[in-house]
Write a protein that binds this ligand. Structure first.
Ligand SMILES: CC(C)(COP(=O)(O)OP(=O)(O)OC[C@H]1O[C@@H](n2cnc3c(N)ncnc32)[C@H](O)[C@@H]1OP(=O)(O)O)[C@@H](O)C(=O)NCCC(=O)NCCS
Length: 164
């Protein structure tokens, strides 16, 4: 397994992985629908930093560090006393057949290092309260519950921060 930064040339395989993740969700409320502004900017370095996990040439997982408040501004408003600058870790995904090996943890540990190097002081993350795999994975990287919210009326979310 290899972890690599995703580039424009990976756009199609990222879309295919997202489609596979969305088709196989245990609960649709665990994954916020992707809006067009966000999707258009997934591989834009000024907007975010997407890491991919590869099994040879096959993209089997990904996780993203977002620098743009379009992504996390509303969540951040609910987290008082959070030192800036902040970035969000989101769009965490591992292909169903590759789950159970803590691969998300490995991707996110790498993203935390990258965030720290960029001078980020806090990471924000939002997770559905029943999404056990995601909750466990983020607990292992030090996520602390800060608030709860409901996005778009149906997407319940716990909001976590990780101090770097
Ligand atoms: C979230 C996701 C990326 C995690 O993938 P992963 O790294 O393979 O996760 P694992 O299956 O290795 O599980 C991680 C941890 O959760 C635990 N876990 C997994 N499923 C669990 C369950 N149903 N109940 C309790 N614990 C569970 C594992 O035991 C492991 O914990 P441990 O390290 O303490 O042993 C993957 O499940 C996924 O792609 N889900 C669909 C998309 C999604 O929900 N994304 C998150 C949006 S916030």
């Amino acid at each position: 397994m290899k972890i690599k930064k995703l580039k424009k040339k990976h756009s199609e395989i990222l879309d295919a992985l997202i489609e596979e993740i969305e088709k196989n969700l245990v609960d649709k409320r665990w994954w916020l629908p992707i809006n067009e502004v966000s999707r258009k900017n997934f591989l834009n370095d000024e907007w975010c930093y997407f890491l991919g996990l590869f099994d040879r040439r096959k993209l089997i997982g990904a996780s993203c560090l977002f620098f743009n408040e379009h992504e996390y501004g509303a969540s951040l408003e609910l987290c008082s006393h959070t030192e800036r600058p902040v970035a969000e870790i989101g769009r965490c995904m591992i292909a169903p057949k590759y789950r159970g090996h803590n691969y998300l943890y490995k991707l996110n540990k790498r993203l935390l290092k990258i965030a720290k190097k960029k001078g980020i002081k806090n990471i924000i993350a939002t997770i559905h309260p029943n999404n056990q795999a995601s909750l466990h994975s983020f607990a292992h990287i030090g996520a602390k519950l800060k608030a709860t919210t409901i996005k778009n009326e149906i997407y319940e979310r716990n909001i976590y921060t990780i101090a770097l």
